[in-house]
Design a binder for this molecule. Structure first.
Ligand SMILES: Nc1nc2c(c(=O)[nH]1)N[C@H]1C(S)=C(S)[C@@H](COP(=O)(O)OP(=O)(O)OC[C@H]3O[C@@H](n4cnc5c(=O)[nH]c(N)nc54)[C@H](O)[C@@H]3O)O[C@H]1N2
Ligand SMILES: Nc1nc2c(c(=O)[nH]1)N[C@H]1C(S)=C(S)[C@@H](COP(=O)(O)OP(=O)(O)OC[C@H]3O[C@@H](n4cnc5c(=O)[nH]c(N)nc54)[C@H](O)[C@@H]3O)O[C@H]1N2
Ligand code: SF4
Ligand SMILES: [Mo]
Length: 787
């Protein structure tokens, strides 16, 4: 850690905070700043400015670091007096390749959680009376070693599972994977990517080779055209949203397909409202239009892809004979060119609600543009057929030749700050070692067995979602993941956590998951430790300690190391730089990614094969990462959500985020300014529907699915369609995952269907006895419903 002591800086920080506020007031267009004005009370802004202004700067610590909220990967300087984070201020622009001087409200102000009174400052163990009491590290870790070790001894390592944390650093996640395999003897280690973009990873790995964005921020800034779908970009990836809006103002085309008219849609050249759950249908419809009007990039298809044209003619080519087509496709006899034929404009409109002229104009726009970026997030992936949706997008990118050149490519905006690195690259995964090396391959397994000095089973372990569906899991180690709220069908997940023989939770707080634990270990946050995060551009950036761990909390890597020692494995890492050296030696795509280089060069993008390799800004410039170097296009047919609305449950509910809040709220709920702005949950209901049900803004509405019910206040808005509803995921009191379905998972990626649940609603009157279930169905039937 270092202090800075020149007087210039002192004025500079105070001045910066004032300028930030002024800019915020003047420039409402800039979401990040505009929201800052709306979110932070004036008092707070001036408090921060004055606090810093009044401090002697040599009493403060300042470090350039990377944001711990989302995967955009903004960098800035953080100032701390050792107790709390006082300010975030732009770093040198060359140190902030993604954001320059921008940040959003979370990166700039949301640090109240760090020094919050309810931070865990010592370990907790559950006493005989069932209550938690504080314990020494020695006692708590001995209990964990005995608890997990006992299950391993009695039932084998496979009876244990680990949920790793995409909030933690790469180095820590590498150790979480190693701990699962070497110390516990299980391959059941996974993380939040399973609830998020795992279908992106599966779909892109299958078609192009790497399960990651092919482009960088530079491409996003300069492209001629965007097709954005299932991404509430301005709220979930605000700094990317701002870049896109700037480029659109400068003339780029923006096509937005989303069931909700989210803010980015207001800036679109074309916004098309889609019915949730049928994305592959309209995407295939666009590809069909391109192919049938000869707008495809023939040269690219010929030279760089397989699977567009059939190797041999399929036996059946009738668009009517769908069963036969599915059989052909599954047998690899059908190619993309044929597969898209069943998605005629009329059929696409019938299924998705997108009219033929909108399919045509989107196709014409993409085909006419020199370059296009295909951007998506969870609206495409969190489905029981998310991988197919992603492959349909990948096909469209390839058919139009938009890969491997400046301004063109696929960009799944990743979610958690370190889900690309910690959630994937570092291999805390049931099927892959670090660097996506398949555990089923003998030579790969042999390499890790030797390096880690242990036997590793070739059988894949459970994905996160499967851990909650298989009762042979008896013990869990959950690190930085609030599974009790974030898993699908949490009423069921809660029962599973309750029934475990042993649960250890490692977190900053006693979150809802920790309530079920036998032992809770206090970890520290990204401002209290050093390591690296990898952002959505595959860019590995430094995270630096700016204050000491609160209380007796410890960085995750130190806790793991101590525990490994108690369970018979001596790890001797003195720093996360040393852990990264081990990663370098075992993970080809991270071969040259060392802390020294990142410090010097300001972030390195993988693949970075060795010390001399400069890193890779853009994937697939020359070849794809497949056995023959070509993109392997995959035919995608018709599929529908596992649960569709019916007479009983006539609405389709979708769930997601708002700008100010982050996930289950463990961090953002502890920031006063943010809570003033979005204090509670809500449901978005279309005005027609509201009228039909006699619901006014602010009325409490009960939403019920086949799995549970919640009650939240109504927001009446035509952002959603009349037969859709939206509820955010951020509030434990009305945990929306009581409604979602834990059983229907994507067959390849095991992603849950968070974006579609069939529900019914009713207005809750004060003193209502709750016996009006029939109301929703009856009213719906008599009303404007399309069922
Ligand atoms: N403020 C904030 N930012 C965050 C987070 C946060 O909690 N708060 N979380 C981070 C994480 S981990 C992630 S993964 C990202 C998520 O980023 P997003 O995926 O952008 O976030 P969601 O709110 O889940 O939005 C999904 C979008 O999909 C749309 N949608 C819903 N159903 C469908 C459908 O069937 N088809 C299509 N095409 N679209 C659909 C919704 O209307 C919404 O616009 O955000 C990251 N950034
Ligand atoms: N219905 C519905 N459900 C969803 C989604 C949806 O769109 N709809 N989205 C899904 C997605 S994309 C995601 S990513 C998940 C997110 O779900 P979670 O990952 O469960 O959500 P968070 O609230 O971010 O939980 C992170 C936890 O890590 C802790 N933490 C923070 N930093 C550290 C650290 O450095 N070390 C340790 N040990 N702990 C730390 C925090 O206190 C918090 O308890 O939710 C999923 N659930
Ligand atoms: S856009 Fe994401 S990375 Fe940037 S400041 Fe906001 S939360 Fe942090
Ligand atoms: Mo996510």
């Amino acid at each position: 850690m270092s202090g800075r002591d020149d007087g210039e800086e002192k004025d500079g920080v105070a001045g910066y905070m004032q300028r930030a506020k002024k800019q915020a007031m003047e420039n409402a267009e800039h979401v990040a700043e505009g929201v800052a004005a709306g979110t932070m009370s004036e008092g707070k802004l001036f408090d921060v400015a004055t606090t810093i202004g009044d401090k002697r700067l040599d009493d403060l610590t300042v470090e350039d670091t990377t944001c711990g909220y989302c995967a955009v990967g903004c960098r800035f300087d953080l100032y701390s007096d050792g107790e709390e984070v006082l300010a975030a201020r732009p770093a040198d622009e060359e140190d902030a390749p993604v954001n320059g001087i921008s940040t959003c409200v979370k990166g700039k102000f949301s640090y109240g959680f760090v020094n919050s009174d309810d931070r865990l400052t010592s370990p907790l163990v559950r006493d005989d009376d069932g209550e938690f009491r504080t314990a020494t590290w020695d006692e708590a870790l001995s209990r964990v070693a005995a608890g997990l070790g006992g299950i391993k001894e009695e039932h084998g390592g496979e009876a244990l599972s680990v949920i790793a944390s995409s909030k933690a650093t790469n180095e820590e996640n590498y150790l979480m994977g190693k701990f699962a395999r070497q110390v516990l003897g299980t391959n059941s280690v996974d993380n939040c990517n399973r609830l998020c973009h795992s279908s992106t990873v599966a779909g892109l790995a299958k078609t192009f080779g790497y399960g990651a964005a092919s482009v960088s921020m530079g491409d996003i800034e300069e492209t001629d055209c965007y097709l954005i779908t299932g991404s509430n970009t301005t709220e979930a990836h605000p700094v990317i949203g701002t870049r896109i809006k700037q480029n659109v103002r400068d003339g780029a085309d923006l096509l937005v397909f989303d069931p909700r008219e989210v803010q980015i849609a207001e800036h679109a050249t074309q916004y098309s409202r889609v019915k949730p759950g049928y994305d592959a249908v309209w995407i295939n419809g666009i590809t069909r239009y391109i192919v049938n009007n000869d707008l495809q990039d023939e040269e690219f298809l010929e030279e760089r892809t397989t699977g567009f044209e059939p190797e041999e003619e399929p036996e059946h080519d009738s668009a009517d004979d769908r069963d036969q087509r599915t059989e052909d496709r599954d047998a690899g006899r059908e190619a993309v060119k044929q597969a898209v034929q069943e998605f005629t404009p009329e059929r696409v409109e019938e299924i998705t609600g997108v009219p033929p002229e909108e399919i045509a104009s989107a196709a014409e726009t993409i085909a006419a543009a020199d370059t296009c970026v295909f951007g998506w997030t969870l609206g495409l992936t969190e489905h029981s057929h998310g991988t197919e949706n992603v492959m349909a997008m990948a096909n469209l990118a390839a058919v139009t030749g938009n890969l491997g050149k400046p301004g063109a490519g696929v960009s799944p905006f990743r979610g958690q700050n370190n889900v690309q690195g910690g959630g994937g690259d570092m291999g805390p995964l049931p099927d892959n070692f670090p660097g996506y090396q398949d555990i089923g391959k003998d030579e790969v397994r042999a390499k890790f067995e030797k390096a880690w000095n242990c036997d590793i089973s070739p059988e894949y372990g459970y994905y996160t979602t499967q851990m909650f569906l298989n009762d042979d899991v008896r013990g869990m180690y959950i690190i930085g993941e609030n599974a009790a709220l974030s898993e699908p069908g949490v009423n069921h997940a809660g029962e599973v956590l309750e029934d475990l023989d042993f649960l250890v939770v490692q977190d900053l707080f006693v979150n809802e998951t920790a309530e079920y634990a036998d032992v809770v270990l206090p970890a520290c946050s990204f401002v209290e430790k050093t390591g690296t995060f990898t952002n959505t551009d595959r860019r590995v950036q430094m995270v630096k300690q700016v204050m000491e761990p609160k209380g007796d909390s410890r960085p995750d890597w130190k806790i793991l190391q101590d525990l490994a020692g108690r369970m018979g494995r001596e790890w001797e890492y003195d720093s996360t730089a040393e852990i990264m050296e081990e990663v370098n030696s075992l993970t080809p795509i991270y071969g040259g990614v060392t802390h020294d280089r990142i410090e010097e060069e300001g972030g390195l993008q993988w693949p970075c094969w060795d010390e001399d390799h400069p890193g890779t800004e853009r994937l697939y410039e020359d070849e794809f990462d497949t056995d023959d170097g070509k993109a392997h296009l995959q035919a995608v047919g018709f599929s529908e959500p596992a649960e569709t609305p019916d007479d009983e449950y006539p609405f389709s509910l979708t769930t997601g985020r708002v700008l100010y809040q982050y996930h289950t709220g463990t961090m953002t709920h502890r920031e006063e300014g943010i809570m003033e702005y979005t204090p509670s949950d809500f449901v978005e209901i279309h005005p027609e529907t509201a009228e039909e049900y006699g619901i006014r803004a602010g009325d409490r509405v009960e939403i019920e699915s086949r799995r549970g019910e919640i009650t939240v206040p109504a927001q009446v808005t035509d952002r959603v369609a009349p037969d859709n509803l939206f509820v955010p995921i951020h509030f434990a009191e009305s945990a929306v995952n009581q409604l979602t379905d834990e059983e229907h998972l994507d067959p390849e990626a095991a992603t849950p269907e968070f974006k579609v649940s069939a529900v019914r609603i009713r207005r809750v009157d004060d003193g209502d006895d709750g016996d009006t279930d029939a109301l929703s169905t009856a009213t719906r039937e008599a009303g404007t419903g399309d069922d």
